[in-house]
Write a protein that binds this ligand. Structure first.
Ligand code: WTA
Length: 641
């Protein structure tokens, strides 16, 4: 596998960038030639940001699994596509070669077909980090079904909402999932999500933990039985085949739900060709991947990072992707370093929150671990603080591995702003320069572009790149409103950023009511809705506060009708309610009971004040004269938890 589009020097970056802006279509048309198409496109791009209507590689026909698997079989058939490291280090590692992956993806595509799944149908995938999760994703892509992976930490209610929004008729799950010393009962959660559901026709259950599950007659089937049957259908005389569905470039590939500033998660839709081209392009360039290297992205496939940099990007590049089932701190805080040593990992891509939590364990976990195979380190998901950056550089990279700070979003599909490892300069805490094809701009509150440097403002992007969001599932207007309406002809990211004299970008955090907790996006409105479900709660307001490990923590101000029991038991009840409604990831870190909230005369909560109090700021609260009841602020200040 060679990558004609791999950038090899800073000068090459500059000329690629220039070309991508001067001749966008020519540039991406050339990159597109490195992929395998059933039919080439007629036109590279058609777009406007007003509707929005964005189409890449128009009338191109392809199947992404042929690009991720079939085209590699001749040269890489017996090379590992995945190395799977189980939760329990004593358990057996699984190596999935490209040949094996081909067989499993074909088999699972056949299973889906046998169960009535057709092109365009939505399949919800709620599994732990097992290779079968990748087979499920690729099986869907092979027959053209739209997968919607839901992270294993979401609750039954969250799944039910997502099933309904996507009108999903099929589910793939596991009996349970291992996470450190815990077992998560995934099938039980699915059963709860399906109470009263009349749409879901079939649940396919993979056995991972052998915990007891209730299989419902006519609805639930075992993965193993289905796969065994399908094997005889796809394999004849030792030849495996399952014809991949021919997809249009702009047919949806997947839906992935993410939080915004309103109460309801949005189903971000990505399409086949643009997502494939840009994800692969960014993978090969940012990490400077070389054939044969082992790439270890520690994310969960339930998030966009796992979609793009465990599954699709690496596979389309014919890479070896390491998939890890466990958590960084179990059985001890040396887990990542064991894995790096054992599998001679070349590239490690993780989140600042993981780095900060490992920092707390000191240097002992590194003892006896050989990290010399590492060549590139990456971070994603939230701003990385200086201290964590230097610790990562010194103790993990031993000061010889470039660190790529990759900024992007579920909606962008792939990395937009990042240094290219060893090729373009790094600058601690800066995501640095845009990738070719990406035109960031900073705008002020009035939507006026802030030119020159240094500068700060709301980060927007001027023109489409191939893996930009196409729509929010079932509600295109919501997509327009959310991303394309605040500023004319710009994609609005929702992040604030600074730009230095060299044009490097530093992302400062969200400018909307979205929190970033351990690198996971959580809408404050969503958490408030969940808290308000508790029968004793009258009203609540949720803000973020700086958290040493998680980046941001969740601080909830809650008004109760009457308190049943003491403050602590009430706090536990509210926390439990949030875990039930959204999932454990959204549990508030702090709950303060208050008699009232600071509101303007028109009834709007002044979050600015609540945010400051939660951050520990008590003096400069700004103008409080417009408040309906300024005295309430004093009371809240005094009751801070
Ligand atoms: C934040 C994750 C600073 C940002 C891929 C963005 C970052 C949100 C970085 C998207 C980074 C992501 N530096 N902040 N390198 N990467 N973010 O959709 O606020 O889960 O808007 O996608 O994470 O989160 P999402």
């Amino acid at each position: 596998m060679s990558y004609p589009f791999q950038i090899k020097s800073f000068d090459e970056y500059k000329s690629a960038y220039k070309k991508s802006v001067d001749d966008r279509e020519g540039f991406w048309g050339e990159v597109g030639l490195s992929f395998s198409w059933r039919n080439k496109w007629d036109k590279v791009l058609d777009w406007n940001f007003t509707e929005p209507n964005i189409q890449w590689f128009i009338n191109g026909k392809l199947n992404i699994t042929e690009n991720c698997i079939d085209r590699h079989l001749k040269d890489l058939g017996d090379k590992p596509a995945f190395i799977w490291e189980p939760n329990n280090p004593q358990d057996r590692v699984r190596i999935v070669t490209y040949n094996r992956l081909h067989k499993r993806a074909c088999q699972f595509a056949q299973v889906l077909k046998n169960n009535g799944v057709k092109k365009g149908d939505r399949v919800c995938i709620y599994m732990g980090m097992v290779p079968e999760l990748a087979y499920a994703i690729l099986g869907c892509a092979r027959i053209g079904a739209i997968h919607s992976v839901v992270f294993g930490g979401f609750s039954a209610q969250s799944i039910a909402d997502r099933l309904e929004d996507a009108k999903a008729e099929y589910i793939v799950t596991c009996d349970g999932a291992y996470r450190g010393e815990k077992i998560i009962p995934l099938k039980d959660v699915i059963d709860d999500a399906l109470v009263g559901n009349k749409t879901v026709k079939r649940v396919i259950v993979y056995t991972r933990t052998r915990m007891p599950v209730s299989m419902i007659k006519g609805r639930d089937v075992w993965w193993e039985d289905e796969m065994e049957h399908a094997e005889t259908q796809v394999e004849k005389n030792n030849v495996v085949s399952f014809p991949a569905e021919e997809m249009d470039a702009e047919d949806p590939l997947f839906i992935l739900y993410t939080s915004g500033s309103t109460g309801k998660p949005k189903g971000v839709v990505h399409t086949c060709a643009g997502y494939m081209v840009y994800t692969t392009y960014s993978f090969v360039n940012v990490f400077q991947y070389k054939p044969g290297q082992v790439h270890f992205c520690t994310a969960d496939i339930g998030w966009i990072t796992g979609h793009s940099y465990i599954v699709y990007g690496p596979l389309a590049a014919g890479a070896t992707s390491l998939m890890f089932e466990g958590i960084p701190t179990w059985p001890d805080a040396g887990r990542f370093w064991d894995i790096v040593d054992k599998h001679k990992v070349d590239i490690l891509y993780t989140a600042p929150t993981a780095i900060r939590s490992l920092m707390g364990f000191g240097l002992k976990p590194f003892e006896g671990k050989d990290l010399s195979s590492l060549k590139v380190l990456g971070t994603v998901g939230e701003p990385i603080n200086e201290e964590a950056w230097h610790w990562y550089d010194e103790h993990v990279g031993k000061k010889k591995c470039p660190i790529v700070d990759t900024w992007w979003q579920t909606e962008t599909g792939s990395i937009l702003i990042s240094n290219l490892a060893g090729i373009t300069p790094a600058k601690p805490t800066f995501a640095t320069l845009p990738l070719p094809g990406v035109q960031p701009v900073l705008v002020d509150e009035n939507g006026v572009e802030v030119t020159g440097s240094p500068a700060g403002g709301n980060l927007c992007i001027k023109a489409p790149w191939p893996s930009i969001i196409r729509t929010t599932y079932g509600d295109h207007e919501r997509c327009r409103q959310n991303y394309f309406s605040a500023y004319k002809n710009l994609y609005q990211t929702g992040d604030g950023a600074l730009r230095d004299e060299e044009g490097n970008y530093r992302i400062t955090g969200r400018v909307d009511d979205v929190l970033n907790v351990s690198g996971h996006r959580i809408g404050t409105a969503e958490v408030e809705n969940a808290i308000n479900m508790h029968s004793d709660v009258v009203e609540s307001a949720v803000v973020g506060f700086p958290h040493e490990i998680k980046g941001q923590g969740i601080y909830a101000y809650v008004i109760c009708q009457h308190m049943h029991g003491d403050d602590d038991s009430m706090r536990k009840n509210i926390t439990q309610t949030v875990a039930r409604i959204i999932g454990a990831i959204a549990k508030p870190d702090k709950i303060q009971f208050v008699k009232g909230l600071p509101k303007t005369r028109s009834g709007k909560i002044m979050r600015r004040i609540l945010r400051k109090i939660a951050e520990g700021e008590t003096d400069n609260l700004g103008d409080t004269t417009t408040l309906l009841d300024p005295a309430i602020v004093e009371e809240i200040k005094n009751g801070k938890v």
